[in-house]
Design a protein around this ligand. Structure first.
Ligand code: 3HC
Length: 337
């Protein structure tokens, strides 16, 4: 459903926006700019301006936190999945999300920030993670809708990141996108089964779509005009497509999928605009989005508390792994002596 074909060529005008007021060494900066302009990749050992490093750590760590916190709303349904098949699929999916978080923390670590620092940011409530995971999963259809719409939105945003200028992030995203594609399809297939079932099942799907639709549109971030990081992120080839353009692509791709499912997207202003060649859609509630991003969504406190508890409960596993690694190290030093 979602493929690399959603990625598009960059607008050459983006490259012309140079960083203003930089105090970085001119020669190194020129080499870095040339690499970015030539669509090359920056690797961990390469020189990079501090602002580029900081932006990447911010984005990649927020992304990693989103994957890890994103395990929670669906994880709640593993014990209540309606069949063994659905349970096995859901366990695999939630496990994949954990894996995505780990690739991403590793990518961010190559920029010189430790995993402990990143986790401290998450656990203390300082670091952001995706707004979408602060909403409850009230019924089984929510699990399908998260696959279809939330993972669908995530893929739309992440396919362009496979071409991110920072090598380790781009490479991690190639694998993440392949797995996300499976997540999206399993969600859509689960919903297809439900809409062919009883009226109660169809109603459940519509209810889940009604609650998640607007939150998924907001996932792409604030409008371009209110997005403080977009211009620089695009200039550096970190972001390749703007928040609004990705949101529009998502709407255009999702409308026909909703039609096949037989569900209504809860927006009276949603209509095909012949002139633009895109769907028009209504107003997103940005006040609600910012309240959620800033810690006051319906489940923020619960999500964070669950994460902190899981981290503390897992301390013995990390201690045991470290003790084992030390023992192995001592043994190999002894053998080498
Ligand atoms: N939720 C929470 N915060 C958000 C947000 C969202 N949906 N959208 C934007 N923000 C935050 C930004 O992080 C930034 O905060 P900061 O200044 O404190 O760091 C602020 O709002 C301004 O937004 P900008 O548009 O200027 O920020 P960016 O240029 O970084 O763009 C982004 C935001 C599009 C989310 C970009 O960071 C990005 O593409 N990130 C990588 C992908 C990602 O993190 N996806 C999250 C979902 S992952 C997922 O869903 C898991 C999957 O398994 C389902």
């Amino acid at each position: 459903m979602y493929t690399q074909s959603f990625s598009v060529q960059d607008d050459p005008a983006q490259k012309a926006v140079k960083q203003v007021g930089s105090t970085e060494p001119a020669e190194l900066m020129a080499k870095f700019d040339a690499c970015i302009d030539g669509d090359g990749r920056i690797e961990p050992q390469d020189w990079m301006p501090e602002a580029y490093r900081k932006t990447l750590v911010r984005q990649i760590s927020q992304h990693a936190h989103s994957e890890i916190v994103g395990m929670l709303p669906e994880g709640n349904w593993i014990s209540r999945a309606p069949s063994l098949k659905r349970k096995a699929i859901l366990i695999a999916k939630v496990q994949d999300e954990g894996g995505h978080g780990l690739y991403l923390y590793s990518a961010a670590e190559t920029l010189g920030t430790s995993r402990e620092q990143m986790l401290d940011g998450l656990h203390s409530g300082k670091a952001k993670y995706s707004s979408i995971f602060n909403y409850p999963t009230l019924n089984w259809a929510d699990v399908g809708v998260i696959g279809w719409l939330v993972d669908g939105a995530a893929i739309m945003n992440q396919i362009p990141l496979c071409r991110c200028s920072y090598g380790p992030y781009a490479r991690a995203m190639v694998r993440v996108c392949k797995e996300e594609s499976f997540h999206q399809r399993q969600g859509y297939e689960a919903l297809l089964v439900m809409v062919r079932g009883s009226q109660a099942q169809k109603d459940m799907v519509q209810d889940a779509v009604n609650r998640y639709w607007w939150k998924c549109l907001a996932m792409f971030g604030p409008p371009d005009s209110d997005s403080p990081h977009s211009a620089q992120g695009m200039r550096w080839g970190i972001k390749r497509i703007s928040n609004d353009d990705l949101r529009q692509k998502f709407v255009d791709a999702t409308v026909p999928q909703a039609r096949v499912l037989g569900v209504t997207l809860p927006d009276p202003d949603l209509a095909w605009n012949e002139e633009r060649g895109h769907h028009d859609y209504g107003q997103i509630d940005w006040d609600e989005f910012w309240a959620t991003v800033n810690g006051n969504g319906p489940c923020n406190k619960e999500r964070l508390a669950t994460r902190v508890k899981a981290h503390e409960d897992g301390q013995w596993v990390r201690d045991a792994a470290m003790a084992y690694a030390r023992k192995q190290q001592q043994r190999s030093t002894k053998e080498a002596a």
